[in-house]
Design a protein around this ligand. Structure first.
Ligand code: JFZ
Length: 576
């Protein structure tokens, strides 16, 4: 017991800086920056750093890249300066990616940047010094399982069935040998050559065993007790969890999570990837993730010369300008205390403060329901001196708390304007699902009570907040919500997939439908993983007070092995 609680205290201490940081820079940089997505004149589909695998490049040919790798324009202080200007608090760089090439001085393996390239410098050493000066935590990405170069490493083309890296056929003894001879010695080098390291970012555990994951984690903590280990070390034994790439959960997630994300569609540099996301989307992602308590690790892919592409620099600088004014609403904050997302934006909290981050400016009068804490003062972060007039009321019959703000007509920021609510005491919010001032009712799956039905296996809520493993009919989601303005409502179900047959009950009204996509969802989540709106029909709500809603799966499409993935049920008021 004692050792268990002391280790969880250690974990909490380790996480302190990372929770405060909220925003970091990811850097994917390696030999793959040279071909930059093109091999022998042929465009290779897929991620830039995957060119060796996707292009089926034999090891001896790929090795030749090292002789040409000479990033003479690399300047550690410039990279770190950019991260700092962007408002990022940590940098995680690929010390070794799946291609097996070490981007640091590695006495245990000559396949590294110092020994095998004309560059001969150790960029990790230079970055460590620059980070130290700038007060930024340096972190290393290390591909612990996939190594397409070293004997015994997982994921080599020849060793994979049907080209899928998740089903390697590498012999367990050879892999064990690789861990002892390459992975552990290199992780030791990373943790002994560069001073304090913020975290080791492991990735794609493939077929690693639980004991092997634990051994890597313990090695890191033994060498540097304050160094974090991310969840992709495997078997959930890390200090915090990694969500999927570019994944935005539906709501608040329990525990500590981070989402790695791209600026375009690749991590490692690709010459022809010009699909840069607009600053607006990137900021929305930062805000959305912060409102769910998730760190945002945003990637740049420098060129083989050592230059961060200009479109990346421009975007990070724009985010930095926003952070310089509004960073208080991100750093060290916690997830929104409210039970669902809002149409107008997101919420974060810190001590006795709530931040309302508006992605859609509501104009002059704005109302929010459910805040019980007494508000002392309201300011716009962009204009601290001017206070915003407000009123707080409580409707006793309905037990409805209303905060009303008299906002300026125009937003203070082109993208996200932040209003700070200073409270008299701690944050206290009615956590029931409430009809919103605009009439909308949002019922998120992760807030439902799950019923398994007659013998059916119940779905679970995945780390992203959606239902998972809902492959058998019978189970249902149940919600209770408070409703006060009557009217006719469109019933919409937001899912990843359609074609399932469901029944929705709202009060006494019953709707049955086969899910058919009515529209793409406009949720920011949908940018990366398409979410669809299925229209189930309409219902009439007449009274006011507490109501129940349920969603039951009647027949599941057997073609869809992932099952019914629900993010939320919505009741949208019909325009009169
Ligand atoms: C991995 C790598 O293969 C990739 O090259 C890049 O480094 C990225 C950050 O991580 O790819 C993954 C790993 C996990 C998921 C998706 C892509 N996931 O859990 O959804």
């Amino acid at each position: 017991m004692a050792s268990c609680s002391s280790s969880s205290k250690q974990k909490k201490d380790r996480l302190a800086w990372w929770r405060e940081a909220r925003f970091g820079m990811f850097i994917h940089w390696g030999l793959y920056a040279l071909p930059a997505g093109i091999w022998k004149g042929r465009e290779i589909e897929g991620l830039g750093e995957w060119i060796m695998r996707n292009g089926k490049i034999p090891i001896p040919e790929y090795e030749q890249l090292a002789k040409q790798f000479n990033p003479v324009k690399f300047n550690a202080e410039e990279w770190v300066g950019l991260a700092k200007r962007a408002g990022m608090k940590y940098i995680g760089i690929t010390a070794k990616h799946h291609d097996g090439f070490a981007m640091f001085r590695s006495p245990c393996n000559p396949y590294n940047i110092v020994a095998a390239t004309p560059f001969h410098r150790d960029p990790m050493k230079e970055l460590a010094e620059a980070c130290h000066k700038a007060g930024i935590r340096l972190c290393f990405y290390y591909s612990q399982a996939q190594d397409w170069h070293a004997p015994g490493g997982a994921g080599k083309i020849e060793e994979c069935e049907g080209g899928s890296w998740s089903k390697p056929t590498v012999a367990p003894e050879a892999f064990g040998h690789y861990l002892e001879e390459i992975a552990k010695p290199q992780i030791t080098e990373l943790l002994t050559q560069y001073g304090p390291v913020g975290l080791i970012w492991f990735d794609t555990p493939v077929a690693i065993t639980r004991d092997q994951s634990l051994a890597l984690r313990d090695l890191v903590h033994r060498l540097q007790p304050d160094c974090l280990v991310n969840g992709r070390v495997g078997h959930d034994v890390g200090d915090y969890g990694s969500l999927g790439d570019n994944q935005i959960p539906v709501g608040r997630v329990a525990g500590d999570w981070e989402t790695p994300a791209t600026l375009n569609d690749t991590w490692g540099y690709r010459k022809n990837d010009h699909n840069w996301k607009p600053v607006k989307n990137l900021l929305y992602l930062l805000v959305d993730l912060a409102s769910k308590g998730v760190n945002y690790l945003l990637n740049v892919g420098p060129t083989a010369e050592g230059v961060i592409p200009t479109p990346s620099v421009e975007r990070l600088e724009a985010i930095g300008r926003w952070m310089a004014v509004n960073g208080e609403a991100i750093y060290g904050t916690q997830a929104s205390p409210f039970p669902c997302e809002f149409e107008w934006g997101r919420v974060t909290q810190k001590d006795k403060t709530l931040f309302l981050l508006f992605t859609r400016w509501p104009g002059k009068t704005f109302q929010i329901y459910g805040l019980r804490s007494k508000v002392k003062r309201v300011v716009l972060l962009a204009a601290r001196a001017a206070t915003i007039p407000f009123r707080q009321t409580h409707d006793k019959n309905q037990d409805r708390h209303v905060l009303e703000l008299d906002l300026p007509a125009a937003p203070s920021d082109e993208y996200v304007s932040v209003v700070k609510l200073e409270l008299a005491g701690k944050v206290d919010v009615d956590e029931s699902l409430l009809q919103q001032p605009d009439g909308l009712i949002v019922l998120p799956a992760y807030r439902a009570i799950i019923h398994s039905g007659a013998g059916a296996e119940p779905p679970v809520i995945g780390s992203g907040g959606m239902t998972e493993r809902w492959t058998k009919p019978g189970a249902s989601l149940d919600w209770t919500f408070k409703q006060w303005s009557p009217g006719r409502f469109r019933v919409e179900l937001l899912t990843r997939t359609s074609d399932h047959e469901v029944e929705v009950k709202i009060g006494k009204q019953v709707l049955r439908a086969v899910l058919v996509k009515a529209a793409d969802s406009n949720s920011p989540r949908s940018q990366y993983f398409k979410e669809v709106i299925n229209l189930l029909g309409t219902v009439e709500l007449t009274g006011s007070g507490s109501l129940n809603a349920s969603l039951t799966a009647l027949a599941l499409n057997p073609q869809d092995s992932g099952g019914l993935k629900v993010s939320e049920l919505r009741l949208v008021p019909e325009q009169k």
